[in-house]
Ligand binder design. Structure first.
Ligand code: OAD
Length: 230
């Protein structure tokens, strides 16, 4: 069994029309991280934070999986390959393309939770500051997104997979956010081959043995086709 661990970032959903974070006019050029992606920002102005993620949930609902999402789902379904897809994305385009073995290490737009008691439930289309938690009744409901200063999800499972991987592939991520930024080096130290697929070489290109460059909708299907032919 060929054990492949794939890390995806915003670039894999760019051709589906979803904005990335760190491009010149990306989300972090339009919004301050401290305001919309930290627990402190949520405590200060929950309405602003909920509106930011309501907008992103609506964008996600209007988007469709692209050829990159579809190729990764086909790879997972092919015999002989054990594929774990770890995504930093909070959209559900991998699942809608058919991927099943997916970890959302930065959370998911379609899940909500209570900031006070941790109770979770499927997110409504629009979350509001007047919503109450069904368990503790607090008016502190938030999207189940991992904000800066919070612990990413399922790290133990990811670490175990990195140790056993034959191949680690990063797709459409700038490699600027930890702990995901350390995965390539971790996998490499444990003996895996490493590959970066991106529209252009990133600042962390040196962490990877190989790289292929172009839009995800082109380079990902071409790479998957090659793996399936081997
Ligand atoms: P970034 O916006 O930092 O990086 C997106 C990457 O995708 C860049 O390297 C682009 O060059 C590349 N890219 C853009 N369009 C592409 C395309 N069509 N095909 C292939 N690559 C393309 O987004 P992430 O690396 O995902 O976290 O950001 C990581 C985390 O930072 C996010 O999960 C988010 C953010 O803060 C939280 O909100 C907690």
């Amino acid at each position: 069994m060929n054990k492949i661990i794939i890390l995806t970032g915003a670039g894999v959903s760019a051709e589906s029309g979803l904005e990335t974070f760190r491009s010149e006019d990306g989300l972090w050029a339009q919004h301050r991280i401290e305001d919309v992606a930290t627990p402190e920002g949520f405590m200060r102005d929950p309405d602003l934070v909920l509106r930011f993620y309501n907008r992103r949930r609506a964008d996600c609902a209007a988007a469709r999986p692209n050829a990159a999402h579809q190729a990764l789902a086909a790879l997972e379904q092919a015999p002989g390959h054990d594929v774990l897809l770890v995504t930093q994305n909070v959209d559900d385009l991998h699942e809608r393309a058919g991927s099943q073995n997916v970890i959302h290490m930065h959370g998911a737009l379609n899940l909500a939770k209570c900031h006070d008691c941790g109770h979770g439930w499927p997110a409504p289309e629009r979350m509001s500051v007047s919503d109450r938690c069904a368990r503790c009744q607090a008016r502190a409901t938030r999207p189940d997104i991992v904000w800066f200063g919070e612990m990413p999800s399922q790290m133990a499972r990811i670490e175990a997979a990195l140790q056993q991987a034959d191949l680690f592939v990063a797709i459409g991520t700038s490699g600027q956010v930890w702990p995901a930024a350390g995965f390539a080096q971790q996998a490499r130290m444990c003996g895996a081959a490493t590959l970066e697929l991106n529209i252009e070489p990133t600042a962390v290109r040196g962490d990877f043995r190989d790289g292929r460059y172009g839009p995800a909708g082109e380079v990902v299907p071409a790479w998957v086709e090659e793996v399936l032919r081997r």
